[in-house]
Design a protein around this ligand. Structure first.
Ligand SMILES: [Ca+2]
Ligand SMILES: [Ca+2]
Ligand SMILES: [Ca+2]
Length: 480
């Protein structure tokens, strides 16, 4: 009995040694057998030769700027995308595979921790890499001294299941978009499917306004394949989200995920719930070599058009949330906010992760465009900051409240030069509010001589707030 056990152990040992020493590739006939038996090292590089291939370049279709909630980041799959042509025996046109990679050339330079790359690897297991391809299916925490990788969701993606979607990409003169669209997990599992996307740019493409990378998530349904000790798509070794230079020093981590649900205690500490990523997006500048500026998880788009939330926009108290990350271990983040009438902070405690909670009372919010500006600063080397501007639009030029009939109150001329007249049926306080929410002028009128002097106010678009007896009406004003 002992002899049999010993010989099985020795066989397993020799297979594992074989896998490691020969760096067995995913297209090897023995690869799947070894992986199912748990005999593959998860850190085997797949070693695609590093050369530039002639990638198809498609013109970037215009992004729809009139989007509603959180579609600004997720680029819809359309005919301008191609299926990623994975190597290692995957076959056209679908290139379904387990741990494959594809070498792709870029028409622009992508800056990753100070090095510019015009070739990279799309690895099926949820990541892009630069110094070589990776078939590694079990992820590691960042920082890590080996992997040179940008990981939207480094986990054991497997698109061989019939119901699994595929991995697509699109290259423009200044950006590459890679989409893992409804993909399954190892081995061949397609009962749970996840959708996520990476965009990398030359640093100037407006697709990524605050950096050169964005990660964007649709519905995330699983975390772990069975070769990483997952059961039913969860548990085992957590999936990793972040970036890692591979020197053990330069990195960021957003989180590690091994379970269902939305629990998220920040990038480190406990493993997190994968549903926390649902519909999330964030951007990063990974060109910075010393200290990555803070990053933000946001649950609403850059622009939120309040009437799309329903017909009650004049009386909604919206409670919103943004999560800011250092994102390196040990750094502390603080947030300074500049809002507008109706904006208030509910929670803002400095930390490695900050849950910034705020409210918008839409009855007090001026009509038109209101801007919330958040300056997020870390205490790492150089004290890096990220500024997030969000606009909240209250549609309609006026909002009638209580006994003030705003249609009867006029402001003229509009556009105005140095003098603005307000119809004599109004008696009360006139506030001039800039697009950033700042009150730039306040006047009291008595209903007799309702002229106000705008000569101290610069040219631009303003909201005029007319308040009387605790109620207000709003008008849009152009100062020229
Ligand atoms: Ca895989
Ligand atoms: Ca965590
Ligand atoms: Ca930082």
């Amino acid at each position: 009995m002992k002899n049999i056990f010993t010989s099985i152990t020795m066989l397993a040992f020799s297979l594992a040694a074989f896998a490691q020493t020969l760096q067995i590739q995913p297209n090897d006939p023995q690869y799947q057998n070894l992986k199912v038996q748990g005999l593959l090292s998860s850190s085997v590089p797949s070693n695609l030769p590093h050369r530039i291939s002639g990638a198809t370049q498609n013109a970037l279709s215009q992004r729809d700027s009139s989007t509603g909630i959180c579609s600004a980041c997720m680029v819809e799959l359309d005919s301008t995308f191609s299926v990623v042509p994975f190597d290692f025996g995957a076959t056209a046109p679908e290139y379904r595979n387990d741990d494959g990679s594809a070498r792709v050339g870029l028409p622009f330079n992508f800056c990753f921790y100070g090095t510019s790359y015009d070739t990279l690897f799309i690895n099926n297991n949820g990541n892009l890499s630069f110094s070589g391809s990776y078939s590694s299916f079990t992820s590691f925490a960042f920082p890590n001294a080996t992997f040179n990788m940008l990981a939207a969701f480094w986990a054991d993606v497997d698109t061989r299941g019939q119901l699994s979607g595929l991995v697509y990409y699109k290259i423009t003169p200044t950006a590459m978009i890679v989409k893992w669209e409804n993909v399954g997990y190892f081995p061949n599992q397609d009962d749970l499917l996840s959708t996520f996307q990476i965009i990398i740019t030359d640093g100037t493409d407006p697709l990524v306004p605050n950096g050169n990378v964005s990660f964007c998530y649709g519905d995330m349904q699983w975390t772990t394949g069975s070769a990483s000790s997952g059961v039913g798509g969860f548990g085992g070794t957590p999936a990793t989200v972040g970036a890692n230079q591979g020197d053990g020093i330069r990195y960021f981590q957003v989180g590690r995920f091994d379970t269902t649900g939305t629990a998220f205690d920040g990038p480190y500490d406990a493993a997190d719930g994968v549903d926390a990523l649902d519909s999330l997006f964030f951007t990063a500048n990974v060109c910075d070599t010393i200290n990555i500026p803070p990053m933000a998880f946001d649950f609403v788009c850059d622009t939120l058009d309040l009437p799309t939330l329903g017909g009650f926009f004049s009386s909604i108290a919206l409670e919103l949330e943004l999560t800011a990350l250092a994102p390196e271990i040990g750094q502390t983040v603080t947030i300074e906010a500049q809002g507008f009438p109706g904006f208030s902070i509910l929670e803002n405690t400095p930390g490695n992760t900050v849950n910034f909670k705020y409210a918008i009372n839409t009855a007090e919010m001026p009509s038109g465009v209101n801007t919330l500006s958040l300056m997020i600063t870390d205490n790492g080397p150089g004290g890096k900051s990220t500024v997030i501007n969000k606009t909240f639009v209250k549609s309609g030029s006026t909002v009638g409240i209580n006994n003030i009939n705003d249609n009867d109150i006029q402001i003229f001329p509009n556009p105005a030069n140095n003098q603005l007249n307000i119809s004599n049926n109004f008696k009360g306080i006139v506030s001039i509010i800039a697009l950033d929410g700042k009150n730039v002028g306040q006047f009291e009128v008595n209903g007799n001589n309702n002229n106000i002097n705008l000569s101290d106010i610069s040219t631009g678009v303003y909201t005029v707030k007319l308040s009387s007896n605790g109620t207000s009406v709003y008008k849009r004003l152009i100062k020229q």
